[in-house]
Design a binder for this molecule. Structure first.
Ligand SMILES: [Zn+2]
Length: 113
């Protein structure tokens, strides 16, 4: 897989996300729910996330390691101001792609501290 030139300060983003939500996003990511990631502009990433037969269109903008905007067409994202689990799932996918040692999904990711 091509290495992406992205640097995400995932620890600080993790701090801003409630634990159950992060776990849900992580579960989706591990299930392989996140589809092919596309990027049309530097720092802009889009992917489809499949959950329970529905497909959500998720996008994230990352600028200098910070998540500057996020979008998803699920209800939770409309209802609450923060990240939804699909955003988290895509974030984990991007983090995987940006690391050299390719997290394979069976071991704990190194996002925890
Ligand atoms: Zn969502």
């Amino acid at each position: 897989m091509a290495k992406r030139d992205i640097h995400i300060d995932i620890a600080s983003i993790h701090d801003g996300v409630i634990i159950p939500l992060w776990k849900q996003g992580e579960a989706l990511y591990r299930q392989g729910a996140v589809g092919e990631v596309s990027s049309f502009a530097k720092g802009d990433y889009q992917a489809e996330v499949n959950e329970d037969g529905s497909t959500y269109h998720v996008s994230l903008t990352i600028y200098e390691g910070e998540l500057t905007s996020h979008a998803c067409d699920c209800l939770d994202h409309k209802r609450y101001p923060g990240l939804c689990r699909h955003n988290v799932a895509l974030l984990l996918k991007l983090n995987e792609d940006s690391s050299d040692d390719g997290f394979e999904g069976d071991e704990e990711p190194s996002l925890y501290f």
